[in-house]
Design a protein around this ligand. Structure first.
Ligand SMILES: *[C@@H]1O[C@H](CO)[C@@H](O)[C@H](O)[C@H]1NC(C)=O
Ligand SMILES: *[C@@H]1O[C@H](CO)[C@@H](O)[C@H](O)[C@H]1NC(C)=O
Ligand SMILES: [Zn+2]
Length: 442
């Protein structure tokens, strides 16, 4: 307004200059604010454990939702300092069960010195790789959900079912302060979720991977007691001997499971895995352990992973009878890390056949953008999807990354810009199909 007086004297040259500078600034803005730079900005927020900056991540995501428009936001806090952001794109028939898209805010730590580019720089190399902790696990999907919705809204698409995005804290440390509490809340009940998507994993091949279940982690501790005594003597029933017998039995079981994998009869995630992770024994001295004393106690720890259909009671019976029998003065402790069955006592898995109408919609949405899915898999590790499945909600683990090395939790985690952009298109197809689907009974 201050320049109004000069307007009448505007020459053609001035006008041309003015127009080109407007174009120039539009291009500059585009350069600074596009799907890739928006992804980079999210990656630059350090939400790695042990001190994830949740508040900056939440503020940033709210600003993104606001820039899209038409998205409601709500921040929940089930544990102090651990916010959970809930974004909602209301559907035209919001009484129908909704679609939930989940992603976790946090990531595992990164050892900066082992990285080619600093892990929170989100450096984009000339070949298009974006380096950052969280690039694959799983900040990509959070931003892709939002970019897909941005594009759908720009095309005036209106969802029938409401679409929610949950951005949850603490997944990488078990989800106990995040998703586990969220699914028990009134706010979650009110969402009336009919189907959900959560994170998956990259695929090195040309097909996307999809996961219908997680394995179930148990921490197993086996403790042996025995007669202490002089290290020079041979005698029965020492603690070490008792523990080593247990370790042998566990090792044989491990081999039997591994043989099935080696024979190509099952994938790694389809068998029960058990790996020794620590041994604790010995009588400490100043410079190590007493070499002439047989200790009276010894302990071993195992990372045990059940398949979704393993019978937990049968597993416990096997451990009690074979792995850690009390007649050998061995005891055990199992620390269960999360649910094993849903609220109706069913295994925590999502059907990937005709019995699940959501599966058919999901598959169709992938093929309709010219993409392929590999055979549905069990995720070898765990995600927050198990808490949703516990509530009887069908959930698929899916991260649209193909021709991509699997780098989650690894040094130099990165994702190629073209793969990221393709993922946005895939989610446009998924979100529009899933939110328009009205034939499901629930
Ligand atoms: C178990 O402990 C008892 C009591 O100390 C002992 O008599 C027995 O020999 C031990 N058995 C084994 C197998 O270690
Ligand atoms: C579909 O898959 C579920 C879960 O794996 C299974 O229980 C069910 O029998 C299958 N149904 C059909 C029709 O194949
Ligand atoms: Zn993850």
């Amino acid at each position: 307004m201050a320049r109004a007086t000069s307007q009448c004297g505007l020459s053609l040259i001035h006008l041309t200059l003015l127009l080109s500078s407007t174009l120039l600034s539009a291009t500059l803005e585009e350069q600074n604010d596009n799907p890739i730079t928006r992804f980079q900005r999210y990656l630059q927020i350090n939400t790695a454990h042990p001190t994830p900056d949740y508040s900056s991540a939440v503020s940033y995501l709210i600003s993104q939702a606001n820039s899209i428009g038409g998205i409601l936001h709500k921040t929940l806090e089930f544990s102090p300092g651990k916010p959970l952001l809930l974004l909602t794109w209301p559907g035209s028939h919001s009484s129908l069960p909704s679609i939930l898209l989940n992603s976790h805010l946090d990531s595992v730590p990164a050892e900066s010195s082992k990285w080619t580019h600093p892990p929170f720089s989100a450096t984009r190399t000339s070949d298009g790789n974006i380096f950052a902790r969280g690039a694959q696990d799983d900040k990509c999907i959070a931003m892709q959900y939002l970019e897909a919705i941005r594009n759908l809204r720009n095309n005036n698409f209106v969802p029938v079912r409401s679409v929610h995005i949950s951005l949850v804290p603490d997944e990488e440390v078990g989800g106990f302060a995040g998703a586990a509490k969220f699914v028990e809340s009134e706010e979650f009940q009110a969402l009336n979720v009919g189907f959900a998507l959560d994170e998956g994993q990259a695929s090195v091949g040309d097909e996307f991977r999809v996961f219908y279940a997680d394995r179930i982690p148990w921490n197993l501790k086996i403790k042996a007691k025995g007669q202490p005594g002089h290290g020079s003597k041979l005698y029965d029933n020492s603690a070490m001997e008792n523990l080593m017998k247990s370790v042998e039995v566990v090792s044989r079981f491990r081999e039997s499971q591994f043989d099935v994998v080696k024979a190509g009869k099952a994938m790694n995630s389809e068998v029960v895995s058990v790996n020794p992770v620590y041994l604790k024994a010995g009588v400490p001295t100043q410079d190590g352990f007493a070499m002439n004393v047989q200790p009276s106690e010894a302990e071993a720890g195992f990372d045990l992973r059940l398949t979704p259909t393993t019978d937990p009671e049968e597993m416990k019976r096997r451990i009690a009878a074979e792995w850690a029998p009390s007649v050998r003065n061995v005891s055990f402790e199992i620390i269960e890390k999360g649910p094993i069955r849903d609220y109706l006592g069913r295994p925590l898995l999502t059907a990937t056949n005709d019995s699940n109408p959501w599966w058919l919609v999901f598959k169709q949405a992938i093929t309709s953008v010219g993409e392929k899915l590999s055979k549905p898999e069990i995720l070898p590790s765990t995600t927050d999807a198990r808490y949703l499945r516990q509530k009887g909600i069908p959930v698929l683990g899916f991260s649209p990354m193909k021709n991509t090395p699997i780098l989650l939790h690894d040094h130099n985690e990165h994702l190629r810009d073209t793969v990221y952009m393709k993922g946005i298109q895939v989610y446009e197809s998924l979100i529009s199909s899933l939110s328009s689907f009205t034939e499901a009974s629930h």
